[in-house]
Design a protein around this ligand. Structure first.
Ligand code: B16
Ligand code: MG
Length: 214
């Protein structure tokens, strides 16, 4: 069995993609560029600045300076953090909570591996402050997924090597990051259909079967 399970946050433990969408949409509108769900999907698991570059693929106006880009990313984050105030403990599903509690009662170590710099705020809103054995997020890394750094840090914080850990992800960038770091992965949502995923999952609670069968 895996001794450690490293969970992605956005798209796995909770669903903040709507808030990311609404915040980026306002930035896109300000720049007069097109933004839709297809573009938003490509931002899953990708850092804030890399997400901005994806958004700007549709931008054909005056070239933006590095400082203007940072200002746009900061504005997006202010909008996003404002929207996160709508989140509360009710946004943590029973299924996710019960599955994690069961894995923990079986002795598994649980960690977060998220690109988000808002991880601690989101965990607080969900009532999960202090729940995980380790939290590795956008504040302790220099390279975002698909680089494996965020997961390698999580494993290190748990005191486990990658081969003893399973990464649970919803995004291609995250599955690629897991593979690059030497981790097996479980894929939810669109990541379940991705070729590099070790175990495709239909739902979060499938982790209990996977864990029990190994
Ligand atoms: P922030 P994850 C990722 O979180 C999101 O999926 C991605 O859409 C976002 O751009 C990224 O965090 C950075 O978030 O702007 O809050 O630092 O899926 O790795 O948990
Ligand atoms: Mg994700």
């Amino acid at each position: 069995n895996y001794q450690g399970i490293i969970f992605d946050l956005d798209g796995v433990i909770c669903h903040t993609d709507r808030y990311h969408f609404l915040a980026w949409k306002q930035i896109a509108d300000q720049l007069g560029i097109n933004f839709d769900d297809r573009i938003n999907d490509r931002m899953r698991g990708v850092s804030r600045m890399d997400s901005l570059e994806i958004l700007l693929e549709e931008y054909h106006g005056e070239p933006l300076t590095a400082a203007q880009k940072v200002a746009l990313a900061e504005k997006k984050n202010q909008l996003y953090v404002g929207l996160l105030q709508n989140m509360g403990e009710a946004d943590l599903s029973e299924e996710v909570r019960k599955t994690m509690d069961t894995l923990r009662s079986r002795g598994r170590k649980l960690a977060i591996g998220s690109s988000s710099k808002n991880t601690k705020l989101i965990l607080k809103r969900l009532g999960l402050t202090g729940y995980f054995d380790a939290v590795s997020d956008g504040t302790n890394i220099t390279r975002s997924k698909p680089d494996p750094e965020v997961f390698l840090c999580a494993a290190q914080y748990l005191g486990l090597c990658p081969g003893k850990c399973l990464v649970v992800e919803d995004a291609k960038a995250g599955i690629l990051a897991a593979k690059a770091g030497g981790f097996d992965s479980a894929g939810l949502g669109e990541a379940a259909a991705f070729a590099f995923v070790t175990y495709p999952l239909q739902s979060f609670s499938d982790l209990l079967k996977l864990d029990g069968n190994r």
